[in-house]
Ligand binder design. Structure first.
Ligand code: NAP
Ligand code: GDP
Length: 325
């Protein structure tokens, strides 16, 4: 993926790890559509360019591209059910990837690194809304403790690189992300791509749509293109080591049932919705405050949820052969 990158004399060379995933592809699209600046050269990596769990491969890719800035997205990622099965793998792979990327960035004198946490890493037992000061206050939800603790350690490492070496390594905390190029695998993926794929199949086969769990848990969903625009703002403007939550407002939180109904409306599905309560609900909610973001960007406009769901469903139907599933 990175082979097309030009090694020119631009003053900012931005290396995006995980550049072939949901968020990476969204950043690439936003840059291509004009958000990139003349002095910026963008390099989007996939696991084919380097296995970042391997220290030598990570160092080699940094040697090759000599980035001045890093957006670090690469991770083992999955929905609730993949997390429940593979807590050990989520912990080990992500700890290795994060340590390799942050240490290579340090050794190569990278000016700024932005890593990606997630609102699922907040304490399970907490008051709501959660905010940036509460990340380490108590154990995360048991369903994804491997992923959550690995992500929390990025924040620890960022603080330590700052204190010991004066590095500007920071992190963002998005809520549930969705959009084009997501992982639409039903067993492994997140709820929206999973339900979009299941609705597509139910429509084609004339069957009902199985929504897992009770449909009552609540989530704040952020469209990948909105997140991409916010990432670019963080890259250029955000100067704190402390992370920042990137989220729609608390009032935009929806239930899983409402999210499923949005997909049904977007795809014109006429069949029945069946709630399979033999499946886990996972964390009931993780309502996050976007007050810090709103202090910086009071006028940022998020894409309305129903519009973003429609765009994602249309993309999946048009690209169902090539989509990750
Ligand atoms: P994704 O679509 O699954 O993409 C994962 C990316 O990581 C891919 O580019 C993948 O490369 C790369 N990768 C995985 N293992 C790797 C390895 N060993 N070496 C090198 N690259 C590797 O994930 P995403 O949803 O875009 O997530 C991006 C970031 O956002 C992650 O840090 C994730 O934790 C965070 N996040 C995601 C969500 C969400 O709802 N999706 C919510 C909050 C935070 P290949 O394509 O080559 O496999
Ligand atoms: P989470 O937000 O980290 O918990 O992860 P997910 O994106 O996987 O969302 C999980 C929530 O969606 C749980 O309440 C599940 O019961 C519910 N859900 C309903 N249908 C599905 C589905 O088809 N796939 C997934 N992953 N979750 C589903």
């Amino acid at each position: 993926m990175a082979d097309g990158a030009r090694m020119g004399a631009k003053s900012k060379r931005i290396l995006v790890t995980g550049g072939s995933g949901l968020v990476g592809r969204a950043i690439e699209q936003v840059v291509k559509e004009g958000a990139g600046q003349a002095e910026e050269e963008w390099i989007f990596l996939s696991s084919k360019d380097a296995d970042l769990t391997d220290a030598a491969e990570t160092k080699a890719v940094f040697d090759r591209y000599q980035p001045t800035h890093v957006i670090h997205l690469a991770a083992m990622v999955g929905g609730l059910f993949r997390n429940m099965k593979y807590n050990l793998d989520f912990w080990r792979k992500n700890v290795h990837i994060n340590d390799n990327v942050l240490h290579s960035a340090h050794e190569h004198g990278v000016t700024k690194v932005i890593s990606c946490l997630s609102t699922c890493i907040f304490p399970d037992k907490t008051t709501y809304p959660v905010d940036e000061t509460m990340i380490h206050n108590g154990p995360p939800h048991s369903s994804n403790f491997g992923y959550s603790y690995a992500k929390r350690m990025i924040d620890i490492q960022n603080r330590a690189y700052s204190e010991q070496h004066g590095r500007m390594f920071t992190a963002v905390i998005p809520t549930n992300v969705f959009g084009m190029h997501d992982n639409f695998n039903i067993e492994d993926g997140h709820v929206l791509p999973g339900l979009i794929h299941k609705t597509y199949l139910a429509q084609r086969n004339g069957t009902s749509l199985a929504v897992w769990g009770s449909g009552n848990p609540r989530r704040q969903f952020i469209f990948s293109l909105d997140l991409a625009r916010l990432f670019i703002w963080v890259l250029r403007e955000y100067k704190e080591i402390e992370p920042i939550i990137l989220s729609v407002g608390e009032e935009d939180e929806v239930s899983i049932k409402e999210a499923a109904e949005s997909i049904v409306a977007a795809m014109g599905f006429k069949g029945e919705l069946v709630f399979d309560t033999s499946k886990s609900d996972g964390q009931y909610k993780k309502t996050a405050s976007n007050s810090k973001l709103r202090k910086y960007l009071p006028d940022f406009k998020f894409t309305p949820f129903s519009q973003a769901v429609k765009e994602t469903c249309d993309w999946f139907v048009a690209n169902s052969d090539q989509a990750r599933k």
